[in-house]
Design a protein around this ligand. Structure first.
Ligand code: URP
Ligand code: ZN
Ligand code: ZN
Length: 484
């Protein structure tokens, strides 16, 4: 079965041109001006539209057991929501309980993700350290096709790992050709500040934000960067939310370190004023870590995307219903952390980024799709509209208007943190591996249509990147430290 997308402007991260796109089965067969349709081809008229690689959201938590709840959007509804907003692949976090085998957690995630409607991959979390984890990391990379390992520097007493564990795991990543990811907040300091706030009688959602100031993120980001450098591993910092963290990343990059930063659409558009609402539900629905920041931080994040010191816009989609949030009615520490955004990331970023002149259309493609495909080693299979690439394509109408409301969303929760935001620019058709998954407001993708995407390990050159090693130590020193 072939499809010809005719008359649109193809936007890739590096250039745009008027071209038709011929799809044969699951892949793009040709991108060229005026392609003759093969007999029987379905024609999509893309006149007036942009034709872009489907979005990739590298940070989701679908059906995640977390803080006594399970996030409400599962792989079926999370990926359906994604497709409706132009996102054709998600990368979810496989998170073993501390002490649990990574291999067992992987099997759990494969089972949960069978119902995905769009393609997906996993990052594996390192939540404890042992000989078993050391050994299992090799299987995760070589057998499961996962080249990224996530480390939580926060959530003390639950998922948090300490510096010793970070160093060991980062070194193991470097050895295996994998990349560490960090949730960078100083969990020890957060725990102390939480206690101090509660002692002073602050138990509402605003306490969540007060206990996690930008300094705890800036410190942890800087620490993770230095530890990664000493092991020779590159580093990807998830949900970079503030100027302090962005500056640590920009500084590291300027010094030759291979460090990447990922702001979320939430932190780009929503600010800490949300926690001052007198409506407990309103504020609690917005509790996530790191919290929303003062508006001044948003300018820093936008500048990072514009200049290239930050590379990716994600969502950290981890949605909880109002009912679930109320678990923390008496103590902000118990409010399940997380917000949604998967459905709205692309239209929101287009509206606030492209329509304002902050981002070019090519930069929009870079930060929603191509950059992360390259960072995760799946480019150009994903992240490009090019011959040979998977036909994950969004036909985008830059003039289409949409006002976000929970009433019309696919996400299973009862609110939307972007309620009332007016977007101009939206997908009219989303194709997932050559099949129309979403068209004119109608969902066509089915449960189980998505496929697991393996990601090969990085080359040794990519990971052997320690500026410390280059300056002061023979290669053998860092390598010798790789012990379970
Ligand atoms: O608040 C958040 N971000 N919840 C999801 C888990 C995480 O920290 O990424
Ligand atoms: Zn996190
Ligand atoms: Zn997350």
């Amino acid at each position: 079965m072939s499809i010809l997308i005719r008359g649109g402007t193809v936007i890739n991260h590096d250039h745009s041109r008027r071209a038709d796109v011929l799809i044969d089965g699951e892949t793009v067969a040709a991108v060229a001006p005026a392609i003759e349709p093969p007999s029987g081809a379905e024609i999509i008229d893309a006149g007036g539209c942009d034709v872009m690689p489907g979005g990739i959201d590298p940070h989701t938590h679908l059906e995640l057991p977390f803080m006594g709840s399970v996030s409400a959007d599962d792989f079926e509804w999370g990926t359906k929501a994604a497709l409706s907003g132009g996102t054709t692949m998600v990368v979810d976090f496989c998170i073993p309980d501390p002490g649990q085998s990574m291999l067992a957690a992987y099997q759990d995630w494969r089972r949960k993700s069978e119902k995905a409607a769009a393609d997906y991959g996993f990052h594996m979390a390192v939540t404890s350290w042992s000989k078993q984890i050391f050994d299992e990391m090799e299987t995760v990379v070589k057998t499961y096709g996962i080249n990224t390992f996530k480390h939580f520097m926060a959530y003390k007493g639950a998922l948090m790992v300490n510096d010793d564990e970070l160093y060991n795991s980062f070194a193991r990543c470097a050895h295996l050709g994998a990349m560490p990811l960090v949730h960078a907040e100083n969990g020890d300091v957060v725990a102390r500040m939480q206690e101090a706030l509660l002692e002073r009688g602050v138990s509402g959602p605003e306490g969540h934000a007060y206990s996690r100031p930008p300094e705890v993120e800036g410190e942890a980001t800087n620490r993770a960067i230095m530890i990664a450098d000493m092991t020779g591993a590159p580093l990807y910092v998830v949900h970079t939310s503030c100027r302090q963290a962005h500056e640590a990343i920009a500084r590291a990059r300027a010094a030759g370190k291979r460090v990447y930063g990922e702001p979320l659409i939430q932190h780009l558009l929503l600010d800490a004023g949300e926690y001052e609402s007198r409506d407990w539900d309103h504020a609690a629905r917005r509790v996530m870590s790191p919290p929303f920041r003062d508006k001044s931080h948003q300018e820093s994040l936008w500048a990072g995307l514009q200049s290239g010191s930050l590379q990716v816009v994600a969502t950290d989609h981890c949605s909880f219903t109002t009912e679930q949030k109320r678990i923390g009615a008496d103590d902000f520490r118990k409010i399940p952390n997380g917000t949604g955004g998967l459905e709205d990331r692309m239209p929101l970023l287009w509206t606030a980024g492209v329509n304002t002149g902050r981002l070019t259309k090519e930069e929009f493609v870079a930060v929603t799709s191509a950059n992360i495909a390259r960072i995760l080693n799946i480019f150009p299979r994903k992240g490009a509209v090019a011959a040979g690439s998977d036909a994950d394509i969004v036909v985008w109408d830059p003039a289409a208007g949409k006002t976000i409301t929970a009433k019309r969303q696919l996400s299973r929760i009862d609110y939307n943190v972007f309620e009332g935001f007016a977007c101009t620019g939206a997908p009219v058709i989303t194709l997932s591996r050559g099949k129309i998954a979403w068209k004119d407001g109608e969902l066509r993708a089915g449960r189980g249509d998505g496929r697991y995407v393996e990601r090969p390990a990085f080359s040794p050159v990519h990971v052997a990147n320690s500026t410390w090693k280059v300056q002061t130590a023979p290669k053998a020193v860092a390598r010798a430290r790789i012990t379970p």
